[in-house]
Design a protein around this ligand. Structure first.
Ligand code: CA
Length: 236
């Protein structure tokens, strides 16, 4: 039995990939690590699989037949049942714009082909850890923002706020340390973990998404950008 899953259920991963050889390689390595693996070879099939088998994480290829990975990701985020489903986008390109675009569609992380299987496994583990619901936790509040950690629910002024797993963890960290300014490096360590390499601007992408989610029309921006220092949860 691989480490981490003793006594619990094995996390299931839906691999959406149209290259048969890569799919076989991924299945082999993921199963070896104790994950259950589901497959889809195009975008439409991916959405059907997600609805049917409710995977714990989706590994989503960017270039897919019938429906692109971007569109699949958008639809995952649009549906209430899958809004919080962790998604890692697999891109074959290296242009900066594309990685940012991958995150902007709602993916929690991305990896660029060709990649080392170990690097992918580290990202999968980190994301699963981040998205795990910690049921015994209590609640946090800041201004009109409230977080029920047991139910994994966030409201602002009583209005439900929908967050992806990474934005949730970011907000949880900010709400645990209100008004304190954190650098991007500190946020990476606290929210993503030290064992994983993530570019600093990834933090900015998730901060932008968090802002968009918590700040409704006419509401004050609760995230303060401190020039050359970082970010804080603040009413200023
Ligand atoms: Ca492809």
């Amino acid at each position: 039995m691989p480490d981490g899953f003793q006594g619990g259920t094995r996390p299931s991963i839906l691999v959406v990939e149209d290259e048969a050889a890569l799919l076989t390689l991924l299945r082999y390595n993921l199963e070896k690590q104790g994950f259950r693996v589901e497959e889809a070879t195009d975008g439409q099939e991916a959405l059907l699989r997600i609805a049917e088998s409710k995977p714990d994480l989706v590994l989503l290829d960017w270039m897919l037949p019938s429906l692109s990975g971007i569109e699949v990701c958008r639809q995952i985020r649009r549906r209430p049942a899958t809004r919080d489903l962790p998604v890692i986008m697999v891109t074959a390109r290296t242009e900066n714009m594309d990685t940012v675009r991958a995150l902007d569609t709602g993916a929690d992380d991305y990896i660029t082909k060709p990649f080392a299987v170990e690097a992918l496994l580290a990202r999968i583990r980190a994301l699963l850890r981040r998205s795990a619901v910690v049921a015994e936790k209590g609640s946090l509040a800041f201004g009109d923002l409230a977080m029920d950690q047991g139910a994994h629910r966030v409201t602002r002024g009583g209005r439900p706020v929908h967050l992806g797993p990474t934005e949730y963890r970011l907000l949880e960290y900010f709400m645990s340390h209100p008004r304190r300014v954190f650098s991007r490096e500190q946020l990476l360590d606290a929210v993503w973990g030290r064992d994983i390499h993530v570019e600093l601007r990834t933090v900015d992408v998730h901060i932008r998404r968090l802002r968009k989610a918590i700040n409704g029309e006419g509401e004050a921006d609760l995230i303060r950008t401190v020039r050359s220092a970082g970010y804080a949860l603040d009413t200023e």
